[in-house]
Write a protein that binds this ligand. Structure first.
Ligand SMILES: Cc1ncc(COP(=O)(O)O)c(C=O)c1O
Length: 442
């Protein structure tokens, strides 16, 4: 325990019901961050902690970016809020145009939301509305994948494939799941995309045979599963899924909430893999995590099928009070300018080889059963302790924080996704801290 004098300004912890947190365990021994700059957080007891997780996969340009703070502050003083239903303000149009230029070819119609979860539910609703507008309203099934994470809205948990996020809640009828692609037996310690498993995309054929293609609206997958513990797609998998969806008139949605904005060495994973979805969901790096915002990118075909009919009719009965919020758009435009100036959206491609080598260097640490990586994402999977699954993952997370690094953990898998501004030395430092922790794990 640190000296309590460090914590004399600690807030009362009772009222805040924390998300995705073991509240009582946390409040018994809190972990509070009080400041951040560049690659580093500062804890309440004044320690520097290297950010190995980009916060929560979102602070791609590093912390404390003044241009973003200034743009938001200025915007709040100029136009703090404008309704976006039947009204507009210039920044939302400017930001959408700028995003359209970055987007994979053809995905240049942008719908604003406030989070990844809202982006996912928006994309699923657009998919349903698209089919209905084309006279195929019977296409109502939504297909996700085991181990997928698509946020916490009812749509997102229905297509999501992580049991803890589903079991206490209602899920949508007609939501189905492809098999996941995690295959330790064949792919353990793969560097980059694993060689085996493209055929798992054919699981879509099983669902088509069971239900009929004409009942299926969309398939949604993360190009690289993030929250499940960094699962890059097997070579050829996404291509196969794309071909099957096209063949059967099913929309393909890429959930790029994590992979978007440079995580894999190009603006979007769709560009890295050369596979074009019909819809793409984003959030997080869209505003460098500095302001809540999400965006759905739609193909012209999807957009144009919906935006038709009488010119005075609302085409899509969907939107949020804060869709295209002026301050969020200001944050987003300033973020894109930083990405452009510092060439951050392709920097992960330069850093990836050294990062891969460093992370795979952890292979000899105790309990390590797999290491996976792509771009500036990586995971180290530990064997679960007998009778206590998840304990090693949690201990590694807490141990790393004490040793000076913020990492993510899911079960017994440690995930790394450092900001794209990291230097090779900082990446080495991050991995060295993790090594020091893994070596000491019981
Ligand atoms: C792939 C993916 N989709 C959706 C979400 C949900 O985003 P949010 O937490 O902003 O609602 C996340 C969050 O981690 C995510 O990783």
């Amino acid at each position: 325990m640190n000296d309590v004098s460090d914590r004399k300004n600690r807030p009362d912890l009772d009222a805040y019901w924390m998300p995705f947190t073991a509240n009582r365990q946390f409040k018994a021994d809190p972990r509070l961050l009080v400041a951040a700059k560049g690659m580093y957080y500062r804890t309440e007891d004044g320690r520097e902690v290297i950010d190995g997780a980009s916060g929560l996969w979102c602070v791609n340009a590093g912390h404390g970016r003044e241009e973003i703070a200034q743009a938001v502050g200025q915007q709040l003083l100029t136009l703090d809020y404008a309704p976006s239903f039947q009204m507009g303000h210039p920044l939302a149009f400017d930001f959408a145009s700028a995003l359209a230029k970055l987007a994979p070819e053809g995905l240049d119609r942008i719908f604003f939301t406030n989070s990844g979860s809202e982006s996912v539910d928006t994309a699923l609703k657009i998919a349903l509305a698209y089919h209905r507008a084309r006279g195929e309203g019977q296409r109502t099934r939504l297909i996700g994948r085991e181990k997928g994470y698509h946020g916490v809205g009812f749509g997102g948990i229905s297509v999501g494939g992580l049991v803890n996020n589903r079991r206490a809640f209602l899920t949508l009828p007609g939501a189905e799941h492809l098999v996941h692609t995690h295959d330790l037996a064949r792919n353990a310690f793969s560097r980059g995309q694993p060689a085996h498993g493209a055929e798992r995309a054919d699981d879509l054929e099983r669902l088509i045979a069971l239900h009929g293609a004409e009942t299926i609206a969309a398939v949604i997958v993360e190009p690289v599963a993030g929250s499940a513990g960094v699962l890059p797609p097997p070579v050829g998998y996404l291509e196969r899924l794309r071909a099957l969806c096209a063949k059967h008139g099913i929309l393909l949605i890429f959930d790029e909430v994590i992979t978007g904005f440079g995580r894999l060495g190009a603006p979007f994973a769709a560009q890295v893999f050369g596979v074009a979805p019909d819809l793409m969901t984003t959030a997080k790096g869209l505003t460098n995590g500095a302001f809540p915002m999400g965006a759905v990118f739609a193909s012209r075909a999807v957009h144009d099928a919906l935006v038709q009919g009488p010119g005075n009719a609302i085409e899509l009965f969907h939107g949020y009070t804060y869709s295209g919020h002026p301050a969020a758009c200001a944050a987003g435009l300033a973020t894109l300018e930083i990405y452009r100036r510092e060439r951050l959206l392709t920097r992960a491609a330069d850093l990836a080889p050294a990062f891969e080598a460093a992370v795979h260097g952890l292979r000899d640490c105790p309990h390590v059963i797999d290491i996976r990586n792509l771009g500036l994402m990586a995971a180290v999977e530990l064997s679960p302790r007998e009778g206590a699954p998840g304990a090693r993952g949690y201990e590694a997370f807490v141990g790393a924080l004490k040793a000076g690094a913020l990492v993510r953990f899911t079960g017994d898998t440690i995930a790394l996704s450092p900001p794209l501004i990291a230097t090779p030395e900082e990446l080495e430092r991050l991995v060295a801290i993790l090594r020091s922790v893994l070596i000491g794990l019981a």
